[in-house]
Write a protein that binds this ligand. Sequence first.
Ligand SMILES: Nc1ncnc2c1ncn2[C@@H]1O[C@H](COP(=O)(O)OP(=O)(O)OP(=O)(O)O)[C@@H](O)[C@H]1O
Ligand SMILES: [Mg+2]
Length: 307
Amino acid sequence: MPAVIEVQDLTKTYAGGFQALRNVSLSINRGEIFALLGPNGAGKTTLINIVCGIVNLTSGKVFVDGHDIINEFRLARAKIGLVPQELPAESFETVWNTCRFSRGLFGKGADPEHIENVLKSLSLWDKKDTIGMALSGGMKRRVLIAKALAHEPEILFLDEPTAGVDVELRLDMWGVVKSLREQGVTVILTTHYIEEAEQLADRVGVINNGEIILVEEKNKLMREMGKKQLMLHLYDELDDVPLQLSNYDLELSPDKRELTYTYDTKGEHTGITDLINDLRRSGIRFNDLQTSQSSLEDIFVDLVKKT
Ligand SMILES: Nc1ncnc2c1ncn2[C@@H]1O[C@H](COP(=O)(O)OP(=O)(O)OP(=O)(O)O)[C@@H](O)[C@H]1O
Ligand SMILES: [Mg+2]
């Protein structure tokens, strides 16, 4: 798949000397959903704002569909829709006009039907004649998404699209993103709801302290870094894990009632059958067992802790 966004050795130092991005290189494939994850202040918004031409880069190159974002700014920008993290100041414009004007700004001819579809997909149709300042926070965020889609961009940046919105909008938004992917739109999103990335993303990038520390297919990441656990609720209290079980990764709970076995998801054998046989041989009985699998959230927290 050819890259639709190519970031090469990008560095950003803000006026005042703070270095927000250090030698970031990243390729985004056409048609994928890419989730950019990282703690507060990691540099996600800075990276997105540079690609969208809102923040100037210090050094490095960025290409959008082959267009250099500095020398061919208009061509590059026309491909992009941006849903910014910050809600803009109150507006006296109606929802309908906000979307209509935004489309015009990118030189696209009027297309009321497209705008109607976008507003309906975001449950905003009944608010089309309401002015911005009369909308709730969640509705304002929906309008930002509608506005970003008004000119039918090939690439959509969603910078924390579901911060402070209700469950319903979150689900609506996921539906919109999935249907955009079906239409071939490339979506780059940042989120602090890791579950959102787990639901939507094809690939995940993790950024910390201005550096990309990992880029991986989500499924591969979860397979390779995920761990599974088996929890055994013991019949009798156990003082210590017996020596003959020392080759298993076992942990005894402080109340001596639960034994947790951690195993790799990428290994061919889980070792569970062997463990259960060995437990029986050691005379350890259990009356309940449960398994759990680490989420993308656990993996992410682990990654960021290590750097
Ligand atoms: N205009 C600015 N001037 C100086 N420093 C800035 C400016 N904008 C951002 N920064 C700094 O750059 C760093 C990265 O900020 P950025 O907004 O890119 O982080 P982020 O990953 O989007 O965080 P969050 O998850 O909180 O949105 C932060 O330390 C921030 O304080
Ligand atoms: Mg941000």
